[in-house]
Design a protein around this ligand. Structure first.
Ligand SMILES: C[S@@+](CC[C@H](N)C(=O)[O-])C[C@H]1O[C@@H](n2cnc3c(N)ncnc32)[C@H](O)[C@@H]1O
Length: 295
C-alpha cells in the first residue's frame, strides 16, 4: 500500500513551480481553437484544505504559496497562477459556507488546488480531462471534487499503465502531466519507460514531468534520461530553494521537464524564475536553472 499523501505537501515550493508551469502550458494549448486532452497520470486528491491536520503537520505551504499570497509585484505568469489559486479559495469558501471575501490579498488562504482543479479551471468545454489516481483515499477525495464535472473521466488505476490507452487522442492534441510521488525508487525508471512508450504512440504530445531535487542518484540522472527521449525539443526548469537537513536529506528543490514545450514557455519562465526564487528562498544560495533545446 502506498503511504504518500499529497495533503502533507500541498502548496509547497514544488507545487508552486509545478502549477505555474502547468498553467502556462494549458494557456498555450487554448490559443488554438481545437480541443485537446489533458492526461494527469498521478492526480492526487484534486484540492486540499490548508487547515487540515496533514497540511498543518509541517506547514510546507508556508514556505510556498503563503509567501506569494499578498505580493503585488509578481510577473504576469505568476499573477495568472495566483489568480487561479485565489479563485479556488473563493469557490471553496463559498461552498463550505465560510466568508468568501474579495479576490486578491484580502482573501484568506485556506485551500490549495491540486493539478486536477487547476486544469478544470482552464479547460474549455470542448477539452477533455483524464485523471488517474491509485490511492483509494485520494481517489475518493478526487471523485468528490471532480467526479461529476463535464469532460472529466477518472479512474482508480495505475497512471503509467493507463497512459497507453489515452494516446493518441482523437483530436491529436494532448498534454500529459506526470507527477509521481517517487515514493518507490522504480518510479524514476517508470517515468522514462512510459514516456518512451507514449512518444511512440504520439510523438507530438506535450509531456510535462515533475521531479524532486533530493539526494538520490535516480533523481539526479532523470533530466539527462529525459533529454535523450526528446528528439523534437525539451525545456528544463528547476528551482533550488531549501536546505537539506543535517543528514543531507530533504526536498531542496524540484524541476519540471517538458518534452515538446510551447515555444513561448522559455521566455515566460525567464521572466518569472528569478523573482520566484527570491521570494521562495530559504537560504542565501537559492538558485534556478532554465535550459532548453529547440529543434
Ligand atoms: C505528487 S502527488 C500528485 C499531486 C497532483 N498531481 C497535484 O499536482 O496536485 C502523487 C500522487 O500519485 C499517486 N500515485 C502513486 N503511484 C501512482 C500510480 N502508479 N498511478 C497513479 N497514481 C499514483 C499518489 O497516491 C499521489 O496521490
Amino acid at each position: 500500500m502506498l503511504a504518500y499523501r499529497h495533503a502533507f505537501h500541498a502548496g509547497n515550493h514544488a507545487d508552486v513551480l509545478k502549477h505555474l508551469v502547468l498553467v502556462q502550458v494549458l494557456r498555450h494549448m487554448a490559443l488554438k481553437d481545437k480541443p485537446y486532452r489533458l492526461v494527469d497520470t498521478h492526480a492526487g486528491g484534486g484540492g486540499y484544505a490548508l487547515d487540515s491536520a496533514q497540511a498543518q503537520k509541517k506547514g510546507e505551504y508556508l514556505q510556498g504559496i503563503a509567501r506569494l499570497w499578498d505580493v503585488d509585484d509578481a510577473p504576469a505568469a505568476v499573477t495568472d497562477y495566483l489568480d487561479l489559486v485565489r479563485a479556488f479559495n473563493a469557490r471553496q469558501n463559498t461552498d463550505g459556507g465560510a466568508s468568501g471575501g474579495a479576490a486578491g490579498g484580502s482573501l484568506p488562504l485556506r485551500h490549495y488546488p491540486g493539478s486536477p482543479a487547476i486544469a478544470q479551471a482552464l479547460l474549455r468545454p470542448m477539452d477533455q480531462l483524464r485523471l488517474f489516481e491509485l490511492h483509494p483515499t485520494e481517489f475518493g477525495i478526487l471523485s468528490d471534487h471532480l467526479g461529476h464535472a463535464r469532460g472529466v473521466q477518472l479512474a482508480q488505476a495505475d497512471g503509467f499503465e493507463s497512459l497507453k490507452g489515452q494516446l493518441p487522442p482523437p483530436s491529436r492534441r494532448a498534454v500529459v502531466l506526470m507527477d509521481p510521488s517517487y515514493e518507490l525508487a522504480s518510479d524514476y525508471a517508470r517515468v522514462v519507460d512510459s514516456l518512451r512508450d507514449a512518444l511512440r504512440r504520439f510523438a507530438e504530445g506535450v509531456y510535462v514531468v515533475w521531479y524532486p531535487q533530493v539526494s538520490r542518484v535516480e533523481a539526479g540522472q532523470l533530466p539527462r534520461r529525459l533529454q535523450a527521449l526528446a528528439p523534437k525539443g525539451w525545456l528544463h526548469a528547476r528551482i533550488s530553494v531549501q536546505q537539506a537537513d543535517a543528514q543531507g536529506y530533504g526536498l531542496t528543490g524540484s524541476g519540471m521537464f517538458i518534452l515538446n514545450p510551447p515555444y513561448t514557455l522559455h521566455a515566460t519562465l525567464a521572466a518569472c524564475l528569478p523573482w520566484l526564487v527570491e521570494r521562495l528562498a530559504q537560504h542565501h544560495h537559492a538558485t534556478y536553472l532554465l535550459d532548453q533545446h529547440v529543434v
